[in-house]
Design a protein around this ligand. Structure first.
Ligand SMILES: Nc1nc2c(ncn2[C@@H]2O[C@H](COP(=O)(O)OP(=O)(O)OP(=O)(O)O)[C@@H](O)[C@H]2O)c(=O)[nH]1
Ligand SMILES: [Mg+2]
Length: 363
């Protein structure tokens, strides 16, 4: 039998640590509040301490053996029973844990899974497909989706803006390739990213590969001329902008100088989902004055615990999502955003079915 003591800032986090390291069958032997650090009792940090056991003989969860329970202040409790909230099925419990790891608000996640539990007939409480369908439907109510780009007027103009390195240029190349190769539409690319030669060359290379028009412009006036020149000739004009650190006010106002001169346009804010939530929010706040029409979430392949970022941002700003991207491959690693494919990439594909398997195997 293995016994280990864990310390965490709260019970929830502590239980997560136990469960991650020892597995769902771990038994909680003792919990207590402790103070850590400080001087002479001052400035000490309050923490919880959890003593947990794994690889125990079967009887341990039924009988408190002397040897193990000498210091035990409460009877050993199987982890899943101790855990709050408690759901009727193992699958719902696993899903709840995944949502929490994805940093969804605990109360919201509990009520979401609670609703699913109530609404599903009891024989479907462990059915992954039925649970996924319900979750997709429920979370979908908080989202709106605007993709794919609607070619409702000729020469539609779209600006791609966002912090540095989030994948603006790569995403433009993916979208340009889709409309050129799959939809047989005429696309033109314009770069106003004139700060770095390499950035211009990156887009020029994509334009050459696709055999489509490409221009570089340095001023809002030149941009206006370039758009007028393309407008009647192409279906779609995609404009690449230099990555702006949202902290750089001067560059932000330069960018506004470009976008505000173009009347008939859309502005897509490109955001990498692995970014810390506070930084994502900071970026949205800075780019909002450009009148953002939609979010593009990139790099969904790089991490799988970011659903909370997407959900919170969409709920807070009520901006629709147009595309998601999940890799460096042009043109393949992009999808039109929908609730189903966001959840598939964040939860269903990476954690949920495999976690269920791990849980099932560990039985
Ligand atoms: N893993 C992953 N990498 C991506 C994705 N999209 C873009 N990238 C990579 O991210 C890096 C930056 O991409 P760019 O398209 O140059 O980003 P950008 O926003 O145009 O960057 P700046 O112009 O410098 O602001 C490149 O290495 C891309 O291949 C994605 O969905 N997943
Ligand atoms: Mg770029």
């Amino acid at each position: 039998m293995k016994i280990k003591t864990y310390r965490a800032i709260n019970m929830q986090k502590g239980l997560m640590m136990v469960k991650d390291e020892m597995g769902p069958q771990a038994v909680i032997l003792e919990t207590r509040n402790v103070k850590v650090g400080g001087f002479f009792g001052l400035f000490a940090k309050k923490m919880v301490e959890i003593v947990a056991a794994s690889d125990y003989p079967d009887e341990i969860s039924k009988v408190h053996t002397k040897e193990i329970t000498e210091n035990v202040t409460q009877p050993p409790i199987p982890f899943t029973n101790y855990y709050t909230p408690i759901f009727k099925s193992r699958k719902l419990q696993v899903l709840y844990d995944i949502l929490i790891k994805n940093e969804l608000n605990e109360i919201f996640a509990a009520s979401l899974i609670g609703d699913i539990e109530r609404e599903l007939p009891s024989e479907l409480l462990d059915d992954e497909d039925a649970i996924e369908e319900k979750l997709t439907e429920k979370l979908g109510r908080s989202f709106s989706f605007s993709g794919p780009i609607n070619l409702d007027s000729p020469g539609k103009v779209i600006f791609f803006v966002g912090p540095t390195g989030v994948g603006k240029t790569t995403t433009i190349a993916k979208i340009a390739a889709f409309f050129t190769l799959n939809m047989a539409k005429k696309v033109a690319l314009i770069s106003i990213d004139t700060f770095r030669i390499a950035a211009v060359e990156q887009l020029r290379t994509y334009a050459e590969i696709l055999g489509i028009s490409f221009s570089v412009v340095f001023t809002p006036l030149e941009l206006d001329r370039a758009i007028k020149a393309y407008k009647d000739d192409v279906d779609l004009i995609l404009i690449d902008t230099a990555g702006r650190s949202p902290k750089n006010e001067l560059r932000m106002s330069e960018l506004k100088g470009f976008t505000s001169k173009v009347y008939d346009k859309e502005v897509y804010l490109v955001l990498s989902v692995g970014t810390r939530y506070v930084d994502l929010k900071g970026a949205v706040e800075k780019f909002l004055p450009l009148n953002i029409n939609s979010f593009i979430f990139t790099k969904l392949d790089e991490s799988n615990l970011f659903f909370g970022n997407i959900f919170n941002l969409v709920k807070e700003y009520k901006i629709p999502v147009s595309y998601i991207t999940f890799g460096q491959n042009v043109p393949d690693d992009i999808d039109i955003a929908s609730m189903d494919n966001i959840l598939r990439r964040c939860i269903y594909e990476y954690n949920w079915r495999s976690s269920s398997k791990v849980t099932a195997n560990s039985n």
